[in-house]
Design a binder for this molecule. Structure first.
Ligand code: CAA
Length: 260
């Protein structure tokens, strides 16, 4: 696929995906979403990739939302198709076997906030701004915002953001648990790479199963979720990584994980 709206760069086991439409503040149009779906699907199958960072091009925006000029003329049927594409992309990001870190470098609005919500971990630069301004445009969030935001920050705070249509700054986003931490803009990507490198040094199979346990388990009641965790825990003992990790600890050396 010809990529004109996103950049995909690999450095060792870490891949950085940059939404690259700075003139439109990285707004997500159909082509961008299709490129994202294609790229994330390929990354999920690539065993050389152990962590992914998602960010926006330029210093102003992570992603300022779904593309309003594209959406303006859509009818209900076309709106449904666009919403389905957006949901497909967010689900691909959320269910990627590898951890995905959002490096939120500016406006994360509408579909941009929804993209951040689909990631596993969110770090923001001090200038980042968050919001679900869809109600100002006469629509509701269409890429998962009404569902993932209340699950992350709680219903009351989410409703204020969803119904109010305003923006909150990075510090407020951190206070309510929408982002893990706030860092200076010029160190945001380095901080994300340090975190990604730390994750890459751990047992890759264990990281994948951890992500599965958290994501799938949170959709279950506690009893079923704990039973699910027990099964995944047992599965670890069929792996070479478990043998290596425990042997390395007892031999007081660094483990050499093989992702097997
Ligand atoms: N779609 C299309 N173009 C966008 C855009 C978007 N979501 N956000 C910004 N742009 C474009 C602007 O139209 C402008 O283009 P031109 O230079 O050609 O006029 C360019 O990016 C720069 O934007 P501004 O001049 O507006 O920059 P600013 O600094 O004055 O304001 C902003 C920044 C507050 C982010 C403002 O651009 C803005 O409010 N953007 C829209 C945010 C929004 O409503 N997002 C939600 C979209 S709906 C959605 O996402 C639905 C969903 O859930 C799927």
């Amino acid at each position: 696929m010809n990529m004109t709206n996103i950049l995909v760069e690999q450095d060792g086991a870490i891949v950085t995906v940059t939404i690259n439409r700075p003139k439109a503040l990285n707004a997500l149009n159909k082509e961008t979403l299709e490129e994202m779906h294609h790229s994330f699907s390929a990354l999920g199958k690539d065993r050389s990739v152990q962590a992914v960072i998602v960010t926006g091009s330029g210093e102003k925006a992570f992603v300022a939302g779904a593309d309003i000029s594209y959406m303006q003329s859509l009818d209900a049927a076309a709106g449904k198709v666009f919403g389905e594409l957006g949901h497909k992309v967010m689900a691909t990001v959320e269910n990627l076997p590898q951890p995905v870190i959002a490096a939120i470098n500016g406006f994360a609005l509408g579909g941009g906030c929804e993209l951040a919500l689909a990631c596993d971990i969110r770090l923001a630069s001090v200038n980042a701004k968050f919001g679900q301004p869809e109600v100002n445009l006469g629509v509701i969030p269409g890429f998962g915002g009404t569902q993932r935001l209340p699950r992350l920050v709680g219903k009351g705070l989410a409703n204020e953001i969803l119904f109010g249509g305003g923006m909150i700054d990075a510090e407020e986003a951190c206070r309510i648990g929408l982002v893990n931490r706030v860092v200076p803009q010029d160190t945001l990507l380095d901080e994300c790479r340090i975190l990604a490198s730390k994750i890459c040094s751990r047992g890759p199979l264990a990281i994948r199963l951890c992500k599965e346990a958290v994501n799938n388990g949170m959709e279950m009641d506690l009893k079923r979720a704990c039973a699910y965790e027990k099964d995944l825990f047992a599965l670890c003992f069929a792996s070479e990584d478990q043998k290596e990790g425990m042997a390395a600890f007892l031999e007081k050396r660094t483990p050499n994980f093989q992702n097997k």
